[in-house]
Design a protein around this ligand. Structure first.
Ligand code: 13P
Length: 279
């Protein structure tokens, strides 16, 4: 059991007809909870963080230390991935810290600029024997629904993009959003099928939270091998804090952590099981 390249785990997942959960990490408590959920389910997992998440806990190196510790402690196979890298400096920082995968997110840029930067990130990742994710089209949302607008991935462009960049997995925009959906979630599964027809790489779905299970199942069947989750586990974590506050006296601060971690484990376990239901 070890830290693995993310694309290797995703290729294995595809062969089994499942997707892996990629869960955002923001502190040692939630990293431990994700590791425990993965161990309970006997399924590999992806730990991932943006610079906004790893900076407050001491940087990329601190995150890598925590993740490696819990991988060994719970004897799991896992990848550690930079989510939504903003620039090549962050990619470099994470690779040096020992991440097994990186994403340079240039999805709001032009096709040309996105392809150029993603190719550069892939080259850097491969020099460290790490894998690289890029996003084509744009998964919008975020910031309480006030964030960016989505732009669907064009299948023909996906084929050209993969050829030019040499990335190892591709995040596609097919109707999911980061954060809560404003209306009823509608996924363009026809679009996903057309992309999967043109691209043999494992595909990534951002904005997994709040997406109806039956749509996720169908997306997995069509080629999604990694599902990104933040909002769902964050809500469980915050509910755990409220629960702890209502029940416990603050005589020992550490006691508060137990129900918080338990709430996060339960939600993470539920999602991992959902993503491998087709197995
Ligand atoms: P959600 O917050 O919708 O789960 O999205 C998370 C995500 O895609 C992180 O990259």
């Amino acid at each position: 059991m070890a830290l693995c390249r993310m694309d290797d785990l995703m290729i294995q997942a595809r062969k089994q007809g499942i997707a892996l959960g990629a869960f955002e990490c923001w502190d040692s408590l939630n990293i431990q909870g994700i590791a425990q959920a993965a161990a309970k389910c006997k399924t590999p997992v992806i730990f991932q963080a943006t610079a906004m998440e790893y900076t407050p806990i001491g940087g990329a190196e601190a995150l890598a230390c925590m993740v490696n510790f819990y991988i060994k402690r719970y004897d799991i196979d896992a990848a550690l991935h930079l989510d939504h890298g903003n620039n090549l400096e962050q990619v470099d920082e994470c690779l040096k810290a020992g991440f097994s995968s990186v994403m340079l997110d240039a999805s709001i840029m032009s096709f040309e600029d996105n392809a150029r930067l993603s190719a550069e990130a892939a080259k850097m990742a491969h020099a460290y024997n790490a894998s690289c994710e890029a996003e084509l089209g744009h998964v919008g949302g975020g910031d309480g629904g006030e964030g960016t607008e989505s732009v669907l991935t064009v299948p023909e462009e996906a084929e050209e993009f993969v050829r030019r960049t040499n990335v190892d997995c591709l995040a596609v925009a097919i109707g999911t959003v980061h954060g809560d959906y404003k209306g009823k979630p509608e996924l363009r599964l026809d679009r996903l099928a057309a992309i999967a027809d043109k691209v043999s790489l494992p595909l990534v779905l951002h904005g997994g939270s709040g997406t109806p299970p039956e749509l996720l199942q169908e997306a997995i069947r069509l080629g999604i091998a990694k599902i990104n989750i933040y909002t769902d586990i964050n809500k469980a974590f915050l509910a755990g804090i409220e629960d702890a506050r209502s029940r416990l006296t603050p005589s020992l601060a550490g006691n508060f952590y137990v129900p918080v971690r338990e709430a996060l484990i339960a939600k993470t376990e539920e999602l991992i099981k959902l993503f491998r239901r087709g197995q």
